[in-house]
Design a protein around this ligand. Structure first.
Ligand SMILES: Cc1ncc(COP(=O)(O)O)c(C=O)c1O
Length: 408
């Protein structure tokens, strides 16, 4: 096997920019560099390009173009959706419902709101990593303003019951309740599974360009007509007063081009990703013992696999794979020098050992069967080596030896 081989299996972290997307955005750095707010020809040209991109992004999720607000990415979209709606809510309405498996941006925003006096209900996602709509119903209070539940999880890929939650919201509205909104973070799902905001029934939906083969630094928030929110940026009239600041035209153009390609190629891409992912998982099951698959395997994004390897730290496995040219990720975070187990895997009820041993493999359109074969050749060796060195493993082996001789 070629030592310099590189296999990128971290498409949920970010994707390479599609060369067709690069070609679409390049003129907007040089000949077509205008400010989309300028009145002259250069400005009009940039404005027309932003509007075209807006139509493409809207089409990806079945929205109207004037319901799309361009901004810098998924994190900003989540901030504008959650903080914007909460700030617009009047008076005593200060309760928000979210889940225990949200992206860190949503977790952070909710924590901040909690510190400023908001009551936050965090719904469980159970062992399968799926929130139950009935739990949302039970959590609703007269002063609930917003429900924010992600569309698909970024670590395990599980798809949440968005349509069922939206149906509950509609029931509440039919009872005369006006100030209740539903936001979903679709950053991981967009471009990977078909989405239509009217079928989903959400009021706000977050998107990020760099997860769908466009560059980093562009994103969008779908804001359904009639939703009231307070802009989190002030000092300009851009984006219908919802996001002040000169539009990043090249990034927006790229986002539009990528959204169009994602819509046209979605079926083919997801079949491809799923075939590779399933082949990979079958190979892991065949060749490696003591693995636990995280999240409901039927109800998840087609490109993603999350596996806990018992007796080893995910971080060690990640580094060893990196040395072999294989890029994956863990959900654990380094905090004050210690490795915090992934909160998402912990939320599934897994113990610290399994949460720390979890690795996310996320496939993309440029991966090949040879990539999968290479990983299946390297991974069992690396796991075996790390297990041989692992104190966790030695303890476990010791316990089993004792069991075998009836001493335990
Ligand atoms: C589910 C989810 N939401 C939000 C984000 C943040 O998006 P961005 O990187 O564009 O800020 C990510 C990125 O990993 C994500 O996976």
């Amino acid at each position: 096997m070629n030592d310099s081989r590189k296999v990128y299996l971290d498409h949920s972290a970010t994707t390479p920019v599609d060369p067709r997307v690069v070609a679409a955005m390049l003129p907007y750095f040089t000949q077509k560099f205008g400010n989309a707010s300028s009145v002259h020809f250069f400005g009009q040209e940039a404005r027309a390009a932003v509007d075209r991109a807006r139509r493409e992004v809207a089409a990806l999720i079945g929205a109207r173009a004037n319901e799309i607000v361009f901004l810098s990415g998924g994190t900003e979209a989540n901030n504008l959706a959650i903080r914007g709606v909460c700030e617009a809510a009047s008076g005593h309405s200060r309760h928000l419902i979210t889940s225990t498996i949200e992206h860190s941006s949503v977790r952070g925003i909710c924590e901040g709101l909690g510190k400023s006096g908001w009551e936050i209900t965090r719904l469980p996602a159970y062992e399968e990593g799926v929130v139950q709509a009935e739990d949302v119903r039970a959590a609703l209070r007269p002063n609930t303003v917003l429900i924010s539940v992600m569309l698909a999880n970024n670590e395990i890929g599980t798809i949440q019951p968005i349509e069922e939650i939206a149906a509950l919201v509609r029931e509440e509205r039919a009872r005369g309740r006006r100030q209740l909104w539903f936001h979903t973070d679709a950053v991981q799902a967009a471009g990977r599974i078909p989405l239509h905001v009217d079928t989903l029934g959400c009021d706000l939906l977050s998107l990020s360009a760099h997860k769908l083969y466009a560059p980093k630094g562009a994103g969008a928030l779908f804001v359904r007509r009639g939703v009231r929110l307070v802009s989190q940026n002030v000092g300009g009239h851009q984006e219908r007063e919802k996001r002040a600041g000169t539009e990043g035209v090249p990034g927006i153009v790229a986002f539009g081009a990528a959204a169009k390609l994602a819509r046209e190629e979605m079926a083919e891409r997801s079949q491809h990703d799923q075939r590779l992912r399933d082949r990979f998982e079958a190979g892991v099951t065949e060749r490696i013992g003591n693995v636990v698959f995280n999240g409901d395997r039927g109800r998840r994004l087609p490109h993603l696999s999350n596996i806990s390897f018992r007796f080893i730290e995910g971080e060690g496995l990640l580094i060893s794979l990196d040395l072999q040219g294989i890029a994956v990720s863990t959900g654990s975070a380094c905090s004050s020098g210690t490795l915090e187990p992934s909160p998402v895997i912990r939320a599934l009820g897994r113990n610290d050992e399994l949460a720390r041993g979890a690795i996310r493999f996320s496939f993309g359109k440029d991966n090949t069967e040879q990539d999968v074969e290479y990983v299946l050749e390297v991974l069992p060796r690396v796991v075996e080596k790390l297990r041989a060195l692992s104190p966790l493993n030695r303890e476990e082996m010791g316990r089993r030896d004792l069991e075998a001789i009836g001493q335990n």
